[in-house]
Ligand binder design. Sequence first.
Ligand code: ARG
Length: 459
Amino acid sequence: SNEKTWSGRFNEPVSELVKKYTGSIDFDQRLAKWDIQGSLAHAQMLQQAGVLSEADLAAIRQGMAEIAADIEAGRIEWSLDLEDVHMNIERRLTDKIGDAGKRLHTGRSRNDQVATDIRLWLRDQITDIQSLIQSLQAALVDLAEQNAGVVMPGFTHLQVAQPVSFGHHMLAYVEMLGRDFERMADCRKRVNRMPLGAAALAGTTYPIQRETTAELLGFEQICQNSLDAVSDRDFAIEFTAAASLIMVHLSRLSEELIIWMSPRFGFIDIADRFCTGSSIMPQKKNPDVPELVRGKSGRIIGHLTGLIMLMKSQPLAYNKDNQEDKEPLFDTVDTLIDTLRIYADMMRGVTVKPENMRAAVMQGFATATDLADYLVKKGMPFRDSHEVVAQAVRHADEAGVDLSELPLDVLQGFSDLVAEDVYSILTPEGSLNARNHLGGTAPEQVLLQVRRWRELLAG
Ligand code: ARG
């Protein structure tokens, strides 16, 4: 005999291979809690609409409470014969309460049920993710405050460009994560719409009250077209795109941490608990965590590609293809949550080495632009000052010294506009302090931004 709820139409049971191939219980069981939540609201609405009796509703509530407790206690055995989480729970309910359990699926299909479950689940995950983004931002803001006055080389093309504050560099990532937070909030609005009531694809003949169900489930809106409600997973794609951008941002920071921790740079150290050794090279301390974040960013971008490919070319309305949305989506959420969590801890375990950063600034003629600006302020056109300073840099490079180490008469040999006051702008600190405007790298501005972010994060 075949246990399938839909087996009445068939002459033979599906093969074991097909059962495994089409079943989703191995992975969709994690939706159980949200599936029950959706069912309870649907049942209550049906009772209010006069479709279910009060006794049936009471039985459903009682049975579902027991099932929820069984799941919580790990007392439930999921059955592949019952295909997915929806039919496992429904069968269990019916075993417990009889006919009332069989009435639960009135005016509903697994198609609107599963779309609802995913949205309920994802909505909760987004809330967690948003708070994890903010914890990471808080760690970066603390690091920025502690190092507002620490000067490091700012790079373009990974060549020394101009001095920047290490705090300013950290705050660049706080800005990126701020936009990531906004993207999650925005995505959540479109996740938070209710498919229930769409049934299989065309709606239902029962006098359902979708507003009631939506209200019970805390949905902000109701999907307005039944075909669209059951078939589109754009909300999942959108979420995975937002997740991919977070991972891209963290991958960029990871790349920097890895470079900065290389002894050739020696800008930072990462606490031992985030690093591992080598089985052969006794001296090694490897930045495994940032390396894995860099690697896992590829994994999430892969899920985005997978989900968007899954959706393309699907005719309306529901197709079983959509069952394939779950594993990539679940893995995106799990990977993202683990990454955000570990990253906030790791950034609190970063030690900054200001001497090495400053030494690197001194090796790269990082204040050359400052000297050019100095000459402009004394009357020289910028294009000319650019050329004059290039000559001075070439000279200093040959002499193996920094611009600030050239004697006054030598500097004056390049332009008679140079005076004693030039040395204050040629130091890395002078260069930093001179960029004292909104968005600039001056420590004073960094501290203003630290305060701004503290207020935003305190919400
Ligand atoms: N397990 C299915 C999914 O994940 C549930 C919906 C199945 N609906 C159907 N008519 N086969 O999408």
